[in-house]
Design a protein. Structure first.
Length: 217
């Protein structure tokens, strides 16, 4: 079974679009009918996030830590208990391509670090887009780490110790631990996902806050 993990804190507005793309990716014929279990980890949600997930037939897990690292760790543990051999991670404000899972698995690696793209820059000033595009590595063998686009096999995840319950950079720390454990990691642009440039981001120290730093004089 392939497990797909989506942490969410009050994501009712954006979650639906994310889940629809995940369901399309889960039904790709190249997966050969292997079961894909999509899980939304509801972290201290007070809006209709749960209703959105359930309306699309997607499983949920509730936690109350307001901590993205804890949410990812709890979700991963749940999926592994269900028998997941591969964990694919994205964010509630991101949309994946139909071949996202197929491409992750095709590398035959123990972990796959993908890139992200922003298609709607309207929430940000023009200088943010220009500074971002000037330095972002939209290519193979990049060195970006995004919780919105990360895949890891169950064995390597366990060997590295899993997501740490950190309020930020839990994805970066996991990849660092995977490297230390000797995992075979692919850094690719082929699994690129679309993400949001919103200003009301949920996780401190994440992609949204990074974009805010680019707005500084």
């Amino acid at each position: 079974m392939i497990g797909v993990l989506v942490p969410a804190h009050n994501e009712a507005q954006l979650l639906g679009a994310c889940l629809l793309t995940l369901q399309r990716a889960a039904s790709h014929p190249a997966l050969g009918g292997e079961r894909v279990h999509i899980l939304v980890v509801l972290d201290a949600c007070t809006d209709a996030t749960e209703s959105v997930a359930r309306s699309l037939g997607v499983a949920v897990l509730r936690v109350s830590e307001r901590n993205v690292g804890h949410a990812r760790r709890a979700g991963a543990a749940h999926l592994l208990d269900l028998g997941a051999r591969w964990l694919a991670c994205t964010d509630a404000d991101s949309c994946v391509g139909q071949d996202w899972l197929v491409r992750q698995l095709a590398f035959g690696a123990e972990a796959v670090c993908g890139t992200v793209r922003v298609t709607d820059w309207s929430p940000q000033a023009e200088q943010v887009r220009l500074r971002y595009e000037r330095h972002y590595q939209s290519r193979e063998d990049h060195r970006h780490v995004h919780g919105a686009n990360l895949g890891v096999c169950a064995r390597a995840y366990r060997r590295a110790g899993g997501f740490r319950p950190l309020t930020s950079d839990e994805d970066v720390r996991l990849v660092h631990d995977l490297q230390r454990s000797g995992a075979r990691i692919v850094w690719t642009h082929q699994t690129c996902v679309t993400t949001s440039a919103r200003r009301d981001y949920r996780a401190r120290g994440g992609f949204g806050e990074f974009l805010d730093t680019l707005a500084a004089p």
